[in-house]
Write a protein that binds this ligand. Sequence first.
Ligand code: ADP
Ligand code: MG
Length: 240
Amino acid sequence: MLRIDELHKSFGSLEVIKGVSLNASKGDVISILGRSGSGKSTFLRCINFLETPTSGTISLSGEKITADKAQICRLRTRMAMVFQQFNLWSHMTVLNNVAIALKTSLKLPKKEANQRAEKYLNQVNMSDRLHYYPGQLSGGQMQRVAIARALAMEPDILLFDEPTSALDPELVEEVLNVIKKLAEQGRTMLVVTHEMAFARDVSNRVIFFDEGIIVEDGPPNEVFTAPKSEQFKQFISKEY
Ligand code: ADP
Ligand code: MG
């Protein structure tokens, strides 16, 4: 479904992604682990062209993605991203936050857009907050709205960049449970996370980034019990 070949990304003279290749199949839930600054966010942002890769290719269902504007707009309807800081519009209600892109990007009529928005807000248990503004919600509720917004695009792939890192500890679980439910539904997801239990129990594959390359890649039961790289061995010894 997703194929990434030899991706490189530099900011000026700083090379952040140094040749990353990755294939993801339908239904894969891939946890991406790594220290702060190892290039995880840059990698995700390159995948949906929030950053333009310096070199390398990205294909989605066999279609090679280029920096062409129209193609990127189409790509964004097939890949949806959930950010650490939620990125909701503070002046829009919960319902409108989810419906807006359905009207502007997918060109759905208002009634249909609202119906679809309500359907996905229901999936994340936010039906009782449709007319609230983000400022009236907890962090966990805001992140669930952001997840509903991503789902409402009905994308092929969901990209999560540390979806629980900005949350108070007691709110992490409600968001992880939503993501876990999506995994059980067979959705294809790339999840940058520091939640080791999530990586171990929910994903079917774990990737560890170190200084812009993948140094560990395998099913969780393999990488956590018998890591191949020194870097990942050290990382998990500190995390546990
Ligand atoms: P991670 O998400 O793993 O913490 P990032 O991808 O955010 O890492 O960052 C990797 C490196 O790239 C860091 O050194 C960071 O400072 C640098 N970086 C990220 N974005 C930019 C940017 N827009 N301009 C310059 N440097 C950047
Ligand atoms: Mg990051």
